[in-house]
Design a binder for this molecule. Structure first.
Ligand code: FAD
Ligand code: SF4
Length: 503
């Protein structure tokens, strides 16, 4: 029987022989490391929510015939895609950080259609292999990490043009059993907390890049993998005594570098092997799903707005006009992110393989807003919080018999508010806007699922200026013999499509 609860999940991570480096040393048991544990807790919540809120966080799978965790489900309807977003917002609210499981979910869903179309063209059997793999994941309820981003070296050059061929993960050997990979994947969310990792190419590839056109799944504790843990600002606070200074002591995200040295993948776990012309399709479909998965950040936004409103209340100014206006602005920005993401999901369409995929234009708009709005929401939260957020003494000073009473006297807010409660809320705002979870709320918002320019390129590709110019010329009665194609793009066709009952 598969893993059910968060506790069972945590237990399942124990005793693996993984090579994890942190602070220059091998970590004996990542589960028990105080710096790593909050990131494991965040993933554990993806299990517990599925027990508590079955409709939201599980789905009926036609692959296993069972209800499975939604993070492992292949979307079989518009509703399935929409519910991914609803679950993501809820988990963002519950954890205040990145809960790490969406990259795998989006990788499996995009591979469903890409492997199907590869088989159609090349007569391969990748799709069947993928379905068998998904069946195993769903049955065991495993966590799967999605490894796309390579170190990339010189960004003006493709994989085959790099001075060092290992700047992108590539095949170094093939035999009758499978393939062997070397290279590295950077910024890997939740990789040490995963049971399996799926390796994918990170960009459009050419014929010269064939050895880089690889998709395959490896157990996270496979031989030949070294993990080097990424630092997050203020991360050592979770190693200190007490839980006040951490701001959010229970939950955090996780990123690490994965170094692969001759890592073996058996043929039955290989889902692309040299079909370079499908790399761009995979990257585009993956980012299409993943860019609207970033509605996760609206759950974090809800927490930050709540924290800003609470500190205003503790400071005695909850009804001041400009404070209220700032809270309205924060809410407006947060809901604008959600609006684009959930609309993208509602506009899903069925792919040839049967999986449902969300609307690309709106997914890019959602993610592009995510690269900006959380920064403004964070700025406003810091404005409302006041300077104490960054000048506050430590928990130990509050506990010290000499300084503690001084701090409790001079750091009091309005009457009736516990000083410690005021400090806790300020630390949470610090945590989310410049501390550990600012990684998840801000910088991950900027670069995760592609930096801002990547979305602008996709928006530009689909903005169909010719069609829009014709609309304008028609209404203005312009006599112009230079007419762009008047046929609306797929995006506009779906905008005006009347949904049928199945959807
Ligand atoms: C917190 C976090 C979590 C992440 N999680 C994952 C994960 O789980 N899995 C995963 O695979 N990846 C993950 N990523 C990686 C993410 O997708 C990349 O960070 C992103 O694609 C940008 O790549 P980069 O960091 O190498 O930045 P760079 O590529 O160095 O980009 C820096 C700047 O240079 C510009 N630039 C880069 N190349 C070019 C070019 N050729 N021409 C013009 N401009 C260029 C970019 O637009 C950007 O402005 C994560 C990233 C972060 C920060
Ligand atoms: S950044 Fe958001 S979408 Fe990506 S894995 Fe973390 S929680 Fe999920």
């Amino acid at each position: 029987m598969g893993i059910k609860t968060g506790q069972e999940y945590i237990q399942s991570l124990r005793g693996r022989k993984m090579k994890v480096y942190l602070f220059g040393e091998l970590v004996e048991e990542p589960v028990d490391h105080p710096l790593i544990r909050p990131s494991i807790n965040a993933v554990a919540e993806t299990y517990d929510i599925a027990v508590r809120e079955e409709e939201l966080a599980t789905a009926q799978s036609s692959i296993t015939g069972q209800r499975v965790n939604r993070f492992l489900h292949i979307a079989e309807s518009v509703q399935d895609v929409v519910l991914q977003n609803k679950m993501q917002r809820k988990l963002g609210q519950n954890t205040g950080t990145c809960f790490q499981r969406c990259v795998g979910m989006d990788a499996l869903n995009s591979l469903h259609s890409v492997t199907f179309e590869m088989d159609e063209k090349h007569g391969t059997n990748y799709h069947k292999r993928l379905l068998d793999f998904i069946k195993m994941l769903q049955t065991e309820n495993f966590v799967i990490g999605g490894a796309m981003t390579d170190p990339k070296g010189d960004r003006s050059k493709g994989p085959a043009e790099q001075v060092d061929p290992d700047m992108f993960v590539h095949v170094v050997k093939k035999d009758d059993k499978g393939i062997y990979l070397t290279g590295a994947k950077a910024h890997q969310t939740g990789c040490i907390n995963s049971h399996w990792i799926i390796i994918m190419p990170t960009m459009r590839l050419t014929e010269d890049d064939k050895e880089y056109a690889i998709v395959g799944a490896i157990p996270a504790d496979a031989e030949g993998i070294t993990y080097i843990y990424g630092r997050q600002s203020c991360d050592t606070r979770s190693m200190e005594e007490g839980d006040l200074d951490a701001g959010n002591s229970q939950y955090s995200g996780q990123e690490a570098m994965i170094v692969l040295e001759n890592v073996f993948i058996p043929w039955d776990k290989v889902f692309m092997n040299g079909e370079y012309e499908f790399a761009a399709m995979l990257v585009e479909r993956f980012t299409c799903y993943h860019r609207r998965s970033y509605v996760c950040k609206t759950g974090l936004g809800d927490v930050l707005i709540g924290a800003a409103a609470t500190i205003a209340d503790y400071n005695g100014i909850p009804n001041v006009t400009h404070i209220k206006d700032k809270l309205i602005e924060m809410t407006h920005l947060n809901e604008s992110i959600f609006a684009a993401g959930i609309a993208s999901s509602y506009q899903s369409h069925k792919m040839k393989s049967g999986v449902w995929m969300n609307e690309e234009m709106l997914a890019n708009v959602c993610k592009h807003n995510v690269t900006r709005f959380p920064y403004e929401i964070a700025r406003l939260a810091q404005d409302i919080a006041g300077g104490l957020m960054v000048t506050m003494p430590s928990e130990k000073d509050f506990k010290n018999p000499e300084t503690g009473p001084m701090l409790r006297k001079y750091l009091a807010g309005r009457k009736g508010v516990d000083v410690e409660s005021r400090m806790r809320i300020l630390r949470l705002i610090e945590n989310m806007t410049m501390g550990r979870n600012a990684v998840g709320y801000l910088t991950e918002s900027m670069h995760g699922a592609g930096s801002p320019q990547a979305q602008r390129i996709q928006i530009a590709r689909q903005m169909q200026l010719g069609y829009k110019m014709n609309l304008a010329k028609h209404l203005a009665k312009v006599k112009d013999d230079f007419l762009e194609p008047t046929e609306p793009s797929d995006y506009f066709k779906r905008v005006f499509k009347i949904p049928n009952k199945e959807e």
